[in-house]
Design a protein around this ligand. Structure first.
Ligand SMILES: [Ca+2]
Length: 113
């Protein structure tokens, strides 16, 4: 995951899978309602650092990829992301129903033109 590992106080390579998810979860669930909405996700991930970025194409590509990932993780299609869904989104390789996303992402990043 790009752009989410900027914590200066992070001492650790010892994070477990769950600790890692929880760390991101707290970061993204800004209003602490136990769900992450798309807007919440977008605001946390892309913030204003992309506002004046030249490369709008890669911004859009990332945005589309993330939206697709979250939609795929949203199995009951209620439009919100619970912790279970968020875990699947962060670690799609661990979940059968996320396999399509893993394949799409690796294809996308594997092609350099
Ligand atoms: Ca929330």
């Amino acid at each position: 995951a790009n752009g989410t590992c900027t914590s200066g106080s992070n001492t650790g390579s010892g994070d477990t899978f769950e600790e890692n998810v929880l760390k991101h979860w707290k970061e993204y669930d800004q209003n602490k309602d136990g769900k992450i909405g798309w807007e919440e996700y977008k605001n946390t991930t892309y913030d204003e650092e992309f506002d004046d970025v030249d490369d709008k194409t890669s911004y859009k590509t990332m945005l589309t990829r993330d939206e697709r990932g979250l939609r795929t993780a949203d199995r009951d299609r209620d439009g919100t992301t619970t912790k279970d869904k968020f875990t699947a989104f962060l670690h799609p390789e661990e979940y059968d129903h996320m396999k399509a996303v893993v394949i799409q992402v690796s294809q996308r990043t594997g092609i350099s033109q």
